[in-house]
Every structure is written in C-alpha cells, then in structure tokens.
Design a protein around this ligand. Sequence first.
Ligand SMILES: *Cc1c(COP(=O)(O)O)cnc(C)c1O
Ligand code: SF4
Length: 342
Amino acid sequence: MIPPKPTPWESAQWRAEMRGAFRSSQDLLDHLGTTLKNIDTRPEFPVMVPRPFAARIEPGNPGDPILRQVIATSTERETVPGFVVDPLEESAVETPGLLQKYAGRVLLVTTGACAVHCRYCFRRHFPYDAHREHKLDSAITAIEQDRTVREVILSGGDPLVLADTAMSDLFERLGRIDHVERLRLHTRLPVVIPSRITQALMDAIAAFPGAVSVVIHVNHPAELDDDTHRALNCLRATGAMLFNQAVLLKGVNNNPDVQVALAEKLFQQGVIPYYLHLPDRVAGTSHFFVDTDESLQLHQEITEHLPGYLVPRLVREIPGEKSKIVVTDAPRLIASERTGAL
Ligand SMILES: *Cc1c(COP(=O)(O)O)cnc(C)c1O
Ligand code: SF4
C-alpha cells in the first residue's frame, strides 16, 4: 500500500470549510435526501457539520452512523433520571482554562469552539464563557509555576480551531517552560476538516522542543477516507505520535465488527487506538448510552479478534479518581460502584 503523500493544504481552505458548515439539521437532511421525523429545529446545543465530514454520510440512510452523531433530535429534550449537566464535575476549577485532575498532566482549555458539534458531547453544557482565550495568560503562568506538570494537553472545544499564528505562539510559550516535556493535542479537526493541516501547523508541531502526540477522535470507520489519510500522514511527518479516542455509542459503534474495522482502519492510516470511553451520563444524551455489562462483552469480543496493540483501553471517568478507570480492571470498578460513585 502506498500511502498518500504528506502534502499539506493551503491555509485559506479550512477557514472556508468552517464557515460553510451545515448549521441546521434540516439543511443537512435536504442535502443528503434523507428523511427523519424527530429532528429538533431549535436545539439548545446548535448543529454544526462541516461539508467534508457530511460527504462521508450515506445519502438516504436515516440510520447512518455519522449522521446519528451530528443530527439534533427531539430525544435530546427528554430528561432521564441520573443524566445530569456536569457528571464529571468539571465546572469547579481553580484557574480558569486549566483542568488538573491527574498527576503530571494538565488540560488547557484553549477555546470553546469546535469544528463539529457531536450530539453526545460531555462538554455540551460546559461554561466556556468562564474559560475564554484571554484567560490563557493566567493558565500559562500557573503551568510555569507548577514544576510537577510534565505534559500539557491542549483541549477545548478543539484547539486546532485556533489560527496557525495563535497555535505557534502558544506552542512557543509552552516550549520555553523547562519542566513541560510533552505536548498533547486533543482534536477532531484532522478528521472532520482534513484541510486544517497546513504547512504552518506542521512547522509549529515540528518546532516544539519536547515530544508531541495528537489524539484524534474517530468513532466509526466510515469517518476515515483518503483525505483523512493524507492529513494524518502530514501529522506523522512532523514526528508526532498519533492516537485515537472513541466513545462507545449506541446505534453508532456498539458492535464488535464495527470496532474491529475501526481499529484496523485507524492503524492503516497510522493511528493507534488509545481509549474507548464509556459514555458519561450527560443530560440529553441518554439515547447513546451503553451500560457496563454490554461494554465489557463487546470489549472481550474485540480483544479476541485483534492484536493487543490495536485493542483500545475501555475506560470510564469517575469524579475524584486519580486516573480514568479501566473498566476491565474489575476489582477497582466494583469498589467504585459499591461506594456509589457510579
Ligand atoms: C482524560 C483526561 C486527561 C488525560 O488522561 P490520560 O489518561 O493521560 O490520557 C487529563 N486531564 C483530564 C482533565 C482528562 O479528562
Ligand atoms: S469535537 Fe469534541 S469537544 Fe467538540 S463537540 Fe465533539 S466531542 Fe465535544
């Protein structure tokens, strides 16, 4: 197999693709020639679907696994006991824009904006206004002052929504902090708008003095095509390590064949599956929920069909724990369930 050449895109294209995204469920359905009865025309969390991503949705198929991730339906308005606005208790933080839950690494919220609005998102209710870009200075100062921070994780929203100049400026500032050895980017952009990968972005990543990893977010193999392959090759050409995190979603990827195909296609495009997250109990997302028993069974099946290096860790986040909980680590999970944390 000869992979596509790591040729980046011109910088004007991705901006145009951000502006041209579908912003209504009906426009998207009309474009696809698909009929769905229960769409929500005024959802609380607005619709946003860039055209390169929409192009991978099968026209006329109301059950398409990509469509299901991005279309707003009236089921989001149902209130279900136990599904709450902030299940991970992220709103209460000391330094705005900085989330430190785990030793040695901090999550830096760079922007509240994303290039796609995923209906299941656990940050769909996040108070981004309290974490605006102008707070970046105080967050960087806090990182400078805390010598235990060895890894900075740029998150959001989606950090790659920032312009190339802002990106490289931020990378330079973080690169000057001696104790920051690693930089990690959590982003869905290389997949939803592959043209985001410009020469300037590649240069900024390559110039970072420490080790860089990029964690993309793909839930279904249909999200990957020749353009994502080209974008991911560009990222790999910078020397960055590429990982994927997915969320286990009912009606999208809660099927062992889909998970196996996803892992294999990711690897073909140069990406190692990292985490498979159990969905959090977020208000408005109960229709995606998969319970622990079903998840364990599915994970067992994929483990039997894949080499170990392609099996993602099945994880759940529990507030107050010192890491994400690996669900297959049964004793720890059961202990947590007993204390009523789940
Ligand atoms: C998931 C997460 C991390 C990263 O955890 P890893 O196990 O290192 O991938 C860091 N900070 C926060 C707040 C997180 O939610
Ligand atoms: S890209 Fe990430 S943060 Fe943005 S809506 Fe999707 S899951 Fe949420």
